[in-house]
Ligand binder design. Structure first.
Ligand code: TPP
Ligand code: MG
Length: 1018
């Protein structure tokens, strides 16, 4: 940035054109009140001027001899006399003369003093608000970090870009002029530039403001609407001499810079053609992170959870987390074989978990880096969820022990919407992690795209302003400035438990990766980069010049680290096998065996004792708090539940209640999150009761079930899917002994979280060998609600399951679940829903569970289960066979209809109406994936004479058909067809027209009826 500040130049003693121009005879336009014109520039009169007897004394003395008084009084009286009335001697007496004259004069003076002070205060505030716009942030000196070379008009700066001198505020600065530079001004309480001084000369005020706000740090914070927080920041950046480092601190900083720089150099030397997304140009990231961690450790943090993109990741693993170097280097060996199941991932996506001693504080610290996909910023909410969970399970409600750090690239931070979604979770009670430190590697480029066409906001960090997070922009070529902002950021987080952003304005020395030619697209920038001296060189020279280190010490430190790298390289060659397990970001040591295997291959029974069922049923239908006034509608719902319990029956809501309540009894934390989940979109759940008389008084009966139960968290989320699903996935990573559920408002809304579903949920274990038991509840069903509220898109989930359609496995039940990537179910009864939720936790491993949940079935009188269906010895039914008359004489059955979900009830009704109960069997597939080949085979065999039909309410190209068809054919060894009955293929999942919906439904049932009738004519 090529700018100079005129007055600052004056202050520093250099005569500026601005001054020369002024000295050239042009009058100051002084104070800018147009009507009043300029004030007199005479010396101010002392305050005693209003004391007329005193003035009279002075006047008489002056009359005696002009030399009797101070020259200012002399000139004052001369003026008065010259302008006073001529006439009677009395009229010319000082008291008479002074009465009107002095009063008005002193008012003018006072007003001027006030105005000048206000001007200075305004100037100080202008620097605090806008100083960052002119800070020297770009190490290359070619691009303004805010993408704008404009200089705010209320800063006393000017631009010489075009060689012109442009004065601000109409050519005059707040009415102050050069002669005011040495006048002292009272400093307001909103600045700390004075240190111990309460007044400073204007010259010094400006100098200090420039130093605080316009050098290598740009502090953006005045949008924060909390005075204490603003004061705190002002104090951190304005207090004179506050940015001090001891020699030891400088040496540590240099040593860290050496490691960071030489690590990249080493990789570049050994694997010149390998992608590593080097950190060159932002080597300072490593000491920056280490400073944040040191300071946070000193403040009591003992667990730091990090998320980061590709750039510099290996360096962070090596030099921040301290992953063994040979483990990193061996990843570059193409011959290395993977020892673990799964497909693995590239080296710059893997995670890490490491416990170590923090050398600066001598305290234990656990550092984990969460594995992530290539999809930039997708890991942000996941890190937040994992952090929240660790805080929750440790009772760290204030985030004093566990914290998160998120790193970002400038283009991704500005461009990806999930960043915003994640910020919006930061202050919500059930989602806050009590402050995240964000570090942006702002190399002013995104792959080949210039920021000037990549974002509309001045800075890439502007998104953080929505949560009042302060933003510290810093020139990354000034390592001490970087260290300082990191220190302040850590203190900020420890003090206010709020997010903060560090914007490391840097450059990218090479291409996007090591294979890339940046000159194709950024010729001028890269010409400058080629000329740019390395930060390590600049900083080492500075410290050598300061006498902090000697050249020899510096060279020894470099040689020492190079040797460490060489030795690790040698030993990395001994590694023959790659253990992805060693790169696990969230180990569950007690859950698995020492080898990371499940402790058994069986599942504990999911049935329950009658008294447990009764007790949960009773709490679910009551209000456990005294004097709590609930809404009459809710009262009715609870009475309905009580009636169900009396008759040992359950509806959907009660089945869910029993699942959660029974797990809580066994110490399993249950967390249900999503939009409006507390009540339930369909008003069936009511897990949070609201007192109708007292604001904010609530009752969560589920937390009043048992004396030593685990806690139940049910939380309405922000209106986000991507962010919240990511968050819950992260939450589920922390602890296997928790049931973490996310519910979509309607099932199709999950697609705005598709990235989390595709990149983490369906493939996470294959890539990163980590289990995750998250449950997605996706309301689904064709009920005439239009194209957007009908389908949870089962076809998508099924298409991503990895079970082989052409191969019947040897083992089922638990083993089959162990081998799948996720479980997809559509339960048709409340009891089966309850069983599958309980099974999720009683399994010896964790798999994501996708449940298509009903809407109309929530209240369907037939969609009920008896308590017997949950009794001891019962379990989840992967398939529900026909239990009616057809099953009594299976040989007579001509058609077997297989289906899933709510359509069962429509089919059963139709069968009854047509009086076909003996001829048609209806079989429900409850666990669709992994496919219950064994149970389907049994049914197909049982009804050996029957034709097989797959019936679904979804359109033919949607739903389950494409998934089940090849599997059915495998079951029958391709010897029989499986007929399709359902809607025709379509583009939209459902019609938006109610009558079309009803017509479609009728047509669909008629087709079925025809097919059923057809069997009698054949
Ligand atoms: C969601 C997503 N879209 C596109 C990409 C492809 N991509 C990889 S890196 C990159 C540029 C990232 O720029 P920036 O965030 O500034 O990070 P830098 O590489 O400059 O450190 C792009 C577009 C991606 N990885 N993720
Ligand atoms: Mg970038």
């Amino acid at each position: 940035m090529s700018q100079f500040r005129v007055l600052a130049g004056v202050l520093k003693g250099g005569g500026s054109p601005f001054l020369r121009w002024r000295a050239g005879g042009l009058t100051w336009r002084c104070w800018a009140h147009p009507k009043r014109g300029c004030s007199s520039r005479t010396d101010p009169l002392p305050a005693v001027v209003s004391n007329s007897s005193y003035v009279e004394e002075m006047y008489l003395a002056w009359l005696d001899d002009h030399k009797n008084v101070h020259e200012s009084w002399d000139s004052f009286f001369r003026n008065i006399q010259a302008s006073g009335p001529s006439g009677e001697a009395d009229e010319r007496r000082p008291s008479a003369l002074l009465q009107g004259r002095v009063l008005s004069h002193s008012l003018d003076v006072a007003e001027k003093v006030v105005e000048d002070h206000l001007a200075v205060h305004t100037l100080i505030r202008a620097y605090q608000i806008r100083g960052h716009h002119v800070a020297q942030l770009d190490p290359l000196g070619i691009l303004d970090a805010d993408l704008d070379s404009f200089v705010p008009s209320d800063l006393i700066t000017t631009i010489d870009k075009l060689g012109e001198i442009e004065l601000r505020v109409g050519g005059c600065l707040y009415g102050l002029d050069e002669s005011d530079l040495d006048r002292s001004f009272q400093l307001p309480h909103t600045t700390f530039i004075g240190g111990q001084e309460t007044t400073l000369p204007l010259r010094e005020i400006i100098r200090r403001l420039e130093a605080s706000y316009c050098s290598h740090i740009g502090v953006e914070f005045m949008f924060i609407n909390n005075v204490n927080q603003c004061q705190w920041i002002r104090q951190k950046f304005e207090t004179p001499g506050i940015m001090q480092f001891t020699s030891a601190e400088k040496r540590t900083l240099l040593a860290r810079l050496i490691r960071s720089t030489r690590f990249e150099d080493f990789l570049a030397r050994k694997w010149s053609s390998e992608k590593r997304f080097g950190l060159e140009g932002c080597e300072v990231l490593i000491p920056a992170l280490k400073t944040i961690i040191d300071k946070s450790s000193a403040a009591g943090i003992d667990s730091v959870i990090m998320g980061m993109p590709h750039r510099g990741r290996l360096n962070v693993l090596a030099n921040v987390i301290r992953k063994d170097l040979d483990q990193i280097f061996c990843q570059f060996d193409p011959k290395l074989e993977a020892a673990d199941e799964g497909s693995g991932d590239v080296k710059y996506h893997l995670g890490m978990y490491h416990e170590r001693i923090n050398r600066e504080t001598d305290k234990n610290i656990t550092l984990s880096l969460v594995a992530n996909p290539s999809h930039l910023e997708a890991v942000d909410p996941v890190v937040q969820g994992k952090t929240k969970a660790e805080q929750f399970y440790r009772g760290d409600t204030q985030g004093k022990k566990v914290m998160s750090i998120l790193m970002h690239g400038d283009a991704a931070f500005a461009g990806q919407g999930v960043v915003y979604e994640t910020f919006h979770l930061s202050e919500l009670p059930s989602y806050t992690t009590n402050g995240t430190i964000h570090v942006v590697v702002n190399n002013q480029i995104g792959f080949t795209t210039d920021p000037r066409v990549a974002r509309s906001s001045p800075y890439p960090t502007d998104v953080a302003r929505v949560v009042n997070a302060p933003i510290f922009h810093v020139n990354a070529d000034d390592p001490e400035a970087v260290m300082y902002v990191c220190r302040v950021a850590a203190e900020w987080r420890a003090t206010f438990n709020k997010d903060v952003v560090i914007d490391l304005v840097c450059y990218r020395r090479f291409g996007h990766n090591e294979m890339d030619e940046p000159m194709f697209t950024q010729p001028l920038m890269y010409k400058q980069i080629h000329r740019q001296e390395h930060v390590l060189k600049k900083y080492s020279e500075k410290l050598i010049a300061e006498g902090v280190v000697t050249l020899q010490e510096f060279e020894e430190e470099v040689a020492k680290y190079d040797k460490i790298c060489e030795e690790a390289y040698t030993s990395s060659k001994d590694e023959k096998i790659l253990h992805i397990r060693h790169w696990l970001d969230s180990p569950w040591p007690d859950f698995f065996t020492a080898q990371g295997e499940p402790k058994s291959m069986s599942c504990l029974p999911t049935g329950l004792d009658e008294e447990v069922l009764q007790h949960i049923g009773q709490i679910a239908s009551s209000v456990p708090l005294e004097g709590f006034n609930i809404h009459p509608g809710v009262s009715r719902i609870l009475r309905g539940r009580a009636d169900l319990v009396k008759s040992r029956q359950m509806d959907w809501a009660l089945g869910e209640y029993i699942a959660f309540g029974s797990l809580l009894k066994d110490g399993i934390h249950v967390r249900l999150s999503g939009q409006d989940v507390e009540r339930g979109t369909f008003s069936h759940r009511h897990h949070v009761l609201h007192d109708q008389e007292v604001d904010k008084r609530i009752c969560v009966p589920m937390n009043h079930l048992w004396e030593n139960q685990a806690s139940y968290t049910v939380c309405n989320s922000s209106l986000s899917e991507y962010g919240v699903v990511g968050f819950e996935l992260g939450f589920a990573m922390a602890n296997p002994n928790a049931l973490i559920l996310w519910e979509a408002q309607f099932g199709d809304f999950h697609n705005t979280a598709q990235c989390i579903i595709d990149q983490f949920i369906s493939s996470g274990q294959a890539k990163w060998v980590r289990n995750n038991g998250i449950v997605l509840l996706l309301p689904h069903g064709m009920e005439g609600m239009g194209p957007e509220h009908s389908s949870a898109r089962p076809e998508r989930f099924l298409q991503m399951t990895k079970d082989d359609p052409d191969h019947i496995p040897v083992y089922f039940d638990v083993q089959q679940l162990y081998e799948c990537n996720w479980i997809v179910v559509n339960c048709s009864t409340p009891a089966n829903y309850c069983h599958v939720l309980r099974r999720q936790i009683l399994l010896p491993f964790r798999k994501p569970l996708i449940i298509f949940t009903p809407k109309s079935l929530l209240r369907h009188p037939d969609a009920r289960s008896g308590f017997d269906d949950l009794a001891k010895g019962t379990k989840f039914k992967r398939l529900i066979p026909d239990e009616g008359p057809a099953s009594q004489s299976p040989g007579q059955v001509k058609r077997v209809i297989f289906c899933a979900g709510k359509v069962y009830y429509e089919l059963a009704k139709e069968r009854k109406q047509q009086n076909l109960d003996r001829d048609v069997a209806i079989i429900r597939l409850e666990q669709i994936s992994p496919f219950p080949f064994d149970l389907v085979s049994e049914e197909v065999e049982k009804y050996g004479n029957a034709e097989l039909i797959w019936c679904q309410e979804e359109h033919k190209n949607m739903g389950y058909y494409d998934y089940v068809r090849p599997r059915f054919l495998t079951v029958v060894a391709n010897k029989k067809p499986i007929w399709y009955v359902g809607r025709d293929p379509a583009a939209a999942p459902a019609t938006g027209n109610k009558s079309t919906h009803l017509n479609e439904l009728r047509k669909f049932m008629d087709t079925l009826a025809q097919r059923l009738a057809a069997m009698f004519s054949t």
